[in-house]
Design a protein around this ligand. Structure first.
Ligand code: HEC
Length: 193
């Protein structure tokens, strides 16, 4: 680095002097560099063809979704057939105990989340509508989108198990929420032994 001879302003306050030396070269070039960088970056990324990180992320996500379109959930009939698979309801019971009982109680009687054993429902009472609400959740109301946390098989198993909670007797049932289920609509527990 070149040595600079100290220059001084021509004043003095109580014996304190101030130097008038030039800024170090490296500092000046760094500063010029940031100005040149901004002169290129701002027009290119904010007004030109460049993509800001959020836009680049969005277009990557769009492309990913195009390559992996969401697989639709099974229909009511497919779920009824799936239910016949041995062990699926037991699998659902164990997922329910670990993931759902903190809000819906172990016996489905409801705590923070609604009672799943009574004849009232907010989001529907068919196998398909239960699978949908479990998969998509109701994030605004505190019900997670379990499709993002559990495997598809676990979502379907726990949905089917939940379907069969209706009609069970809960120890501490929460007051009904949502609409009454029309009388005469098939009772989940009536068709299971
Ligand atoms: C953090 C608490 C929480 C957890 C854990 C939770 N839920 Fe929920 N759940 C809720 C809340 C709150 C609602 C009510 C949503 C609304 O008001 O729309 C709900 C609603 C539901 C409904 C719809 C009930 C109706 O009346 O239509 C079903 C079915 C359900 N949950 C099943 C599950 C299953 C299965 C799990 C475990 C995989 C689970 N929930 C875990 C809080 C929770």
């Amino acid at each position: 680095m070149s040595r600079v001879e100290d220059k001084s302003f021509e004043y003095d306050y109580d014996g304190i002097e101030e130097y008038d030396n030039p800024l170090p070269r490296w500092w000046v070039w760094l500063f010029v560099g940031t100005v040149v960088f901004a002169a290129v970056y701002i027009p290119y990324f904010h007004f030109g063809p460049g993509q800001l990180p959020s836009a680049a992320w969005q277009s990557d996500m769009d492309e990913w979704l195009k390559l992996h379109p969401p697989v639709p959930l099974p229909s009511e009939e497919e779920l009824a057939n799936l239910e016949a698979e041995p062990g699926i309801l037991d699998r659902g019971r164990s997922v329910f105990a670990t993931r759902c009982s903190s809000c819906h109680a172990l016996d489905g009687g409801g705590l923070i989340g609604p009672n799943l054993t009574d004849d009232h429902t907010i989001h529907g009472y068919s196998r398909a509508s239960i699978a949908k609400v479990v998969h998509d959740g109701v994030p605004a109301k505190g019900m997670l989108a379990w499709g993002q946390q559990l495997s598809r098989e676990e979502v379907l198993a726990v949905g089917l198990f939940t379907f069969h909670l209706r009609g069970k007797v809960a120890a501490n049932p929460k007051a009904p929420q949502g609409d009454p289920i029309p009388s005469g609509s098939p009772h989940a527990s009536a068709d299971t032994p």
